[in-house]
Design a protein around this ligand. Sequence first.
Ligand SMILES: O=C(O)CCC(=O)C(=O)O
Length: 278
Amino acid sequence: MTSSETGYLLNDDQVADFIINGYHIVKPSFSKNFHSDVYTALEGLPTNPGDAVNDAVPALDQIYTHPSVVGALSSLLGSDYTMAEHRHCHRNHPGTRSQMWHQDNLNIPMLEDGHGRVPDHVRSVLVMYYPQNVEANMGPTALIPGSHLFTSAPDRNASQGNFRDQIIATVDAGSLLILHYDIWHAGTANTSDKVRYMVKYLFERSTESEDPSWDHDSSQDTRILDRLEKDEAAALQRSLVSKRNYLRTKMWNNLAGSARLEYEYRDKWAGAWPQPVK
Ligand SMILES: O=C(O)CCC(=O)C(=O)O
């Protein structure tokens, strides 16, 4: 990371927001016509170039070397993160139907003992780049905040329609939606008369954190721990709140290395009996 990128690192609250919600939006500044030129170049492609989309539209490379993008990715993945070879250009023409809810990560067991992987880290993120404004009727990406912490969410999520706390990412041209790899998301229907493009990339962590790779201020630790225990992402049944809080703190600690927070089990249930509602 160069000194010009350090001014773009996330702060503690932005990292906590990512852990709580599973997404972060960056809008790098480019010249006025940059994104519309990318859009025009994508419109000119005769076929989908697949993994070779950056060769077909070289301006896309500039997005991922922009300091605000490098700063955000370094904060979440460490400064030695890598970009995967796979990327995909989604061209959603008018009339494109909604996708089913899904996670891109397959959650295949990775531990030697055969148990499932616990979603307690940020090992990979998806980055979705939109070269045009995305209005509500143009097929914006939908996501369920906080759903990256529940990889055992039943596969039948896939056949549901709307969720109460879902986010519909209507964004300005040039925005990048950074998603935790485990988050439940879907492309929605394009009922407009405009083509919506989204180019998706995958970035991966290379090494474990020894120290926070973001702009960390340890004087905020108590407040951050409080946020990790109390902030709501999407409505959750009460019995899952302790699991959620444990995973949030574990994720923070895996990112923070030596600057870990002390997670202590606290019995929150002792005290006055619940009273009937009058
Ligand atoms: O088209 C979109 O907005 C989302 C696409 C998507 O879900 C995916 O590529 O995994």
